[in-house]
Design a protein around this ligand. Structure first.
Ligand code: GRG
Length: 291
């Protein structure tokens, strides 16, 4: 079920991205950009957006630009994360990383172009949201991506290598590195659904916790997952001396922490009743996933 949902959503978002890029002038970077963002990855962030849309009766059509923008930022972050100056990975999504396929310079430029493309996709005049909403979404996406978000989290992740860090420091780093984009996913649905500030704040927090849960599973998969299913080398965190909750707490405590976090997230969704069914299924998948 979840596989079908993920792949249907992924196809939708890929189709949108292909046609968006087709409308633009051609450039040498389109090929590495497409390689990095299309036909690859679970597109789980898009699924979270569509699932959250169901809670507030927001149609998929109204959320497609946001999904595409999020996948551009996410893929951009992976392209840069794989670079030799960062996590130095040669395989991603079961195929050569973008810098291996196209060279380092093209990977840096294709990644940066995906970042700017994300904002163009939200600002596009064919996207029928009012300017106030678009402005709020763009501002929040920028905040979640930059030094107070993913980029800041990545800097901490690199600086924390081979250092003794506290649980709270690691949670803070992971909530930025991975959680902020999930935070944006739920917040942006709140904007489109015209929720008030208090409700949007609560959606933000929920998104960040979903992101932390997602990162915890990513760490479990690095230790116990199959390279074939995960699509990238495993057991790298240990080799690189990464600061993770799994490393600090040990397996038993980290699994129990993740389980409690999942329960907390699900408790929070109870108030939405049946409308949260799809999001609940996706959250269950996040902790059980093998890829
Ligand atoms: C976005 C401004 C900006 C900078 C980027 C390089 C960098 C700075 C950040 C890297 C952050 C990073 C690699 C976080 C890890 C997030 C994570 C768990 C990725 C795996 O996500 P999946 O499993 O990947 O959804 P797929 O391949 O399915 O798309």
């Amino acid at each position: 079920m979840i596989k079908t949902k993920l792949s249907k959503n992924a196809k939708n978002v890929d189709k949108f991205l292909v046609s968006f890029l087709k409308r633009q002038k051609k450039s040498l970077l389109v090929k590495p950009m497409k390689y990095g963002v299309i036909s690859g990855g679970k597109k789980i962030r898009s699924t979270i957006i569509f699932d959250a849309g169901k809670i507030f009766n927001v149609k998929k059509k109204k959320l497609l630009n946001i999904c595409a923008a999020v996948e551009c930022i996410h893929s951009y972050s992976l392209i840069h994360d794989d670079l030799p100056c960062m996590d130095d990975d040669v395989i991603r999504r079961g195929k050569p990383s973008t810098h291996i396929k196209f060279g380092e310079a093209s990977a840096v430029l294709a990644g940066s172009s995906l970042l700017t493309l994300a904002f163009e996709i939200i600002a596009d005049k064919k996207y029928l949201l009012n300017s106030k909403m678009k402005n709020e979404i763009i501002r929040f996406l920028a905040r979640c991506s930059g030094h107070t978000g993913i980029a800041g989290g990545q800097e901490l992740d690199l600086k924390f290598e081979n250092k003794k860090k506290t649980i709270n420091q690691i949670i803070d780093m992971q909530k930025k590195k991975t959680g902020k984009l999930f935070n944006f996913c739920l917040y942006s649905v709140g904007v489109v659904a015209k929720k008030n500030d208090k409700e949007k704040k609560s959606l933000s927090n929920l998104g960040e916790e979903i992101g932390l849960l997602f990162q915890l599973t990513d760490d479990f998969l690095d230790k116990k997952g199959s390279r074939k299913l995960v699509g990238k080398p495993v057991n790298k965190d240990n080799k690189k001396g990464k600061s993770t909750l799994l490393g600090l707490m040990g397996e038993k405590k980290a699994y129990s922490y993740a389980n409690n976090l999942k329960k907390k997230i699900l408790r929070n969704l109870k108030k939405h009743g049946k409308k949260a069914k799809e999001l609940i299924n996706t959250i269950e998948f996040i902790l059980e996933r093998q890829y």
